[in-house]
Design a protein around this ligand. Sequence first.
Ligand code: ZN
Length: 566
Amino acid sequence: MLDLIVRGGTLIDGTGAPRATADVGIRGGRIAAVGRIDEPARRTLDADGLWVTPGWVDVHTHYDGQVTWDSLLTPSCWHGVTTVVMGNCGVGFAPVRPGSHEYLIKLMEGVEDIPGTALAEGIKWEWESFPEYLDAVERIPHALDVGAQVPHAALRFYVMGERGADHSVHPTPEEIDTMGRLVRDAVRAGALGFTTSRTRNHRASDGRFTPSLTATAEELVGISRRFGEAGSGVFEIVSDFPDPEAEWELLREMVAASGRPMSVSIAQSDISPDAWRASLRKLEEANAAGLPMRGQVAARAIGTLLGLEATLHPFISHPSWAEIAALPLAEKVARLRDPELRRRLLSEQSAPGLRMFADPERIFALGDPPDYEPPREKSVAAEAQRRGMSPDELLLDLMLANGGRALLYRPLLNYSAFDLGAIREMLVHPFTVPGLGDAGAHCGLICDGSFPTYLLLHWGTARTRGEKLPVEELVKRQTADTASLVGLHDRGALLPGRKADLNLIDPDGLAIAHPEIVYDLPAGGKRLVQRARGYRATLVSGEVVLENGEPTGALPGKLVRGPQRA
Ligand SMILES: [Zn+2]
């Protein structure tokens, strides 16, 4: 007797094999059989006309705080994700000493734009060491599986105290060794890896750069050596590559010293729009030299959403905005219709550091359904010219639509050529995996937890401005490939013996909703969320956790401790 049969679906099984019609039989949370199944089952899900895929494995999230108060892990659960990996970009909440909580909150608030008040109210701090944090996460039931990584910034602050956040000092050899041993022991206790940030884009809310920014080769290679003693785990790194040769040399040294694989963020910046190609070549060289290194790439441009309730919009630094900034949305909208305020607001200038968020040449109305690959002719500047009005006036009018809830889209990375051609090249590269969605983070700025849905929808079926990609390959990329990146070989493919994490998807109904701002974080904190349509059912360990976008109440998700065998 099977627990469940998924009957007659179109299997896209995560291996890259061509789709085929088959049943999936599930017993004890695992896939028991795939093919034509006659064995009886307690429950049958009719998948006729639906795609049946493995659940998505999202290796780049920031649920480190949310995981302690939210069993569902929205928005990822709405997007077919069945395993989330957190602790990315060197930030997180363990290890932590009593009295240091506030700094880690400020860091997360600054780097990932998660409201500090929400974190302060939401997190119960039932841990000091990383293994204790794993235990605390494990005690909370979740809809999805969760994997954790050791964040360098927290580790530094734990070992070095305040000095850990001071970029003019370096750790002593003893402190480096202590950090390395703590990483090793955390990985032995079940952490999936170690992460660090080397980008100037990451600052705490007190203005200081993230602690790991200036870590030396001595520190990073020293930690890597000890990390390697654990015999498992992966690195996740984000870097600005200010001196690409030296940086790649350092990253290779870390991989060589530890024997552990690494993924590195790769994106196109407008400042040097071809540098990502050189990074892909560096990945090829490293792999040819036997160093397992992957690029983590995005499914679309990484862009900021601008709106009256968002963290940023084109007029946020205009002096007249300050008059209405604290008003409820409806009153803001009413005041912005007042010709006198409007005239003043439009006559003022953005602060120099914020002009990139007021550039009408690179801002687009997001639209509903959202268009994440708008042509240059659809920019606010081009549209304003067509309408014979000033771009600023149009920016303001567009944000006032839908009761002031409309959002503008300002692509920041991967959109230098006003299309996603660069992304396509990144996605098909043999040494990349999809990631960088930052689910759980950038609450008022970016809403990319929908990357997994977008990857399948845009690249598989919806794209109109260039070549698409085979659906079988896209599914493999965000199931088998991402799972194996972090050592989880027990999932990511619809094969007998694997975990029964599945999606049943209506290919014609698949859609991404317009992002919206909600106030559902602890302490009424605000965040952008985005729903999807077309996920008929999502299963974790053989249990249906969401049906047509609504949670069923089942919470079979577990903390994943360490790598898992096929
Ligand atoms: Zn991140």
